[in-house]
Write a protein that binds this ligand. Structure first.
Ligand SMILES: [Fe+2]
Length: 194
C-alpha cells in the first residue's frame, strides 16, 4: 500500500507587526468599504485620500475539510468620523465553523453577531485569544489612537467566507469614540429586511 506524502507548509510573519516578508497582503481601503461606516461624508473624504484601513495575510494553506487555514490581520488606527477603523467582517459560508483570534499587539474589540441577532463583543489586548463561536459573524475593531491592532487567526479550511450578508445588512452595532473611550451603539444604518 502506498502512503501519500504531503509537504509541510512554512510561513513567516512578525510577532509584533503581523507582516510577512514572503507573502503578499490583501489590503482594504476606506474606498472598499465606505458604505459600512455610519458617517458617509467622512467616509467619502477618506476614500478620496486613499486611506488604508487594514491588511491581512492568507498563509496559503489548502482550504479544504481537515485543513487549518490561518494568517495575520493588521487593522490600522484611525476613525471615520467618530467610528473606529474596522475590518469588513464576515460570516463563514459553513455557519457551523468557529475561529480563533490571538492578539499579538495593539488593542481593540472583536464584534460578533449571529443570524438570530445575538450580539457580543470581547476586548483584544496583547496575549489575549478570542474564540469566535460557530454561527457568529466577526469584525475586528481598532480602538487605539496610535497603534495597529495585530492578530493571528486560524479557522477550519472548509469554512468559506460570506462577506455579502454584512455588506448589505451591516452589523447591528457600531463602535465609536465617546469621551475618549470606545462605546458600542446601535448601528443607524443596519437593515433588517434585506
Ligand atoms: Fe472568519
Amino acid at each position: 500500500m502506498t502512503v501519500a506524502t504531503r509537504d509541510a507548509v512554512v510561513t513567516d510573519f512578525s510577532l509584533t507587526t503581523g507582516l510577512s516578508a514572503t507573502k503578499r497582503p490583501l489590503r482594504r481601503h476606506v474606498a472598499d468599504m465606505a458604505d459600512m461606516y455610519a458617517d458617509a461624508d467622512a467616509a467619502r473624504v477618506l476614500a478620496e485620500q486613499g486611506t488604508l484601513v487594514y491588511e491581512f495575510f492568507d498563509m496559503g494553506v489548502p482550504h479544504g475539510s481537515g485543513e487549518v487555514a490561518y494568517g495575520t490581520s493588521i487593522t490600522y488606527p484611525g476613525k471615520v468620523g467618530d467610528e473606529y477603523f474596522m475590518t469588513k467582517g464576515h460570516f463563514h459560508e459553513v455557519l457551523e465553523t468557529s475561529e480563533i483570534y490571538y492578539c499579538l499587539s495593539g488593542r481593540g474589540l472583536m464584534l460578533m453577531e449571529n443570524p438570530e441577532g445575538h450580539v457580543q463583543w470581547e476586548e483584544f489586548t496583547p496575549g489575549t485569544a478570542v474564540y469566535v463561536p460557530a454561527r457568529y459573524a466577526h469584525r475586528s475593531i481598532n480602538t487605539s489612537p496610535d497603534e495597529p491592532l495585530v492578530t493571528f487567526f486560524a479557522f477550519p479550511g472548509h469554512a468559506g467566507h460570506d462577506y455579502g450578508t454584512i455588506e448589505t445588512k451591516g452589523f447591528r452595532k457600531i463602535v465609536v469614540e465617546r469621551d475618549g473611550q470606545p462605546a458600542v451603539l446601535d448601528n443607524p444604518r443596519w437593515q433588517e429586511d434585506v
